[in-house]
Ligand binder design. Sequence first.
Ligand SMILES: NC(=O)c1ccc[n+]([C@@H]2O[C@H](COP(=O)([O-])OP(=O)(O)OC[C@H]3O[C@@H](n4cnc5c(N)ncnc54)[C@H](O)[C@@H]3O)[C@@H](O)[C@H]2O)c1
Length: 297
Amino acid sequence: MRVLVTGGSGRLGRSVVETLAARGHSVTSVDVAPGPEAAGIEQRVADLLDNDAREAVFAEARPEGVVHLAGIAVPFGRPDTEILDINTRLVWAVLSSAIAHKARSAVAASSPTVFGYNTEGWAPRYLPLDEEHPVAPWHSYGLSKAIIEETVRTLVRGGSGGCVLSCVRPGYVIAPEEWAGAPTQLGHTLLERLAQPELAAGSLFNYIDARDAAELFALVVERPDQVGNGQILHAIAEDPLATEPLAELLPRFHPGTAGLAGGLTQGRAAFSSGAAERALGWRPTRQWRTELHGWDA
Ligand SMILES: NC(=O)c1ccc[n+]([C@@H]2O[C@H](COP(=O)([O-])OP(=O)(O)OC[C@H]3O[C@@H](n4cnc5c(N)ncnc54)[C@H](O)[C@@H]3O)[C@@H](O)[C@H]2O)c1
């Protein structure tokens, strides 16, 4: 099928376009930054907040499926008002274009930061966090993602014209080169994040291999009949990015989890991705213990 990927030059986008092309799709990647040339992938440079430019890309690509990843991807990576403004305007614009151009499916990237962890008093209702757990963002990035999810529901209520709209919440994305030692999005290597648990504590030790997340984005656009309109799916590894069990680590860094974290014994993560497994049979296949170069178990 014809698939348009926004933000296709980014850390996650590069794996998404490669995965879609490898699955036989005709892929157009659109980004303000140029992407790497690769067989089977049309690269377009455009600012998707420019109405004329966005319309031209959609008219040319005529997508049957849309994966919307473009945006500001890091909390506090830009001034708060810019993050909120760019991410929320982009999602409305891109998903509305998908509907107008009669795509059958469109999925937007949200984030587990919607749960609002990493504040002093944060206390979940239960662990592991699943797609049903209430959201309560506390920073501009998390709020922008909560609004992205509400935008999906709003467009569904307004009638999405046969286009199935959904959101995927990827964990902390690990691009292939990062397993080999390249810095991750917050600047530290994976070996540093493992050696200093305070670095990964801010994300509750979640992660996902970019190619595993890409497989889920591909399944979501390929099989809209198996995805509920407005559905939220986690794409998070089943184990935590930590050498110690979360039963010990979580209460140390997030005192409000004491009493709930006891069941998170060695190898058990603070998140579940059960909705993606139930809807699409997706489970992550790559774990840090087998992927990470230089890790000596
Ligand atoms: N990286 C993670 O750990 C992570 C975790 C959860 C969710 N996400 C979400 O996944 C998506 C992709 O994340 P990423 O890590 O690949 O980010 P990234 O910053 O590497 O890629 C985002 C891309 O969007 C492009 N972009 C921004 N504004 C644009 C615009 N107006 N028009 C066209 N392109 C534009 C950027 O040039 C960039 O290439 C984002 O929505 C992010 O919030 C990422």
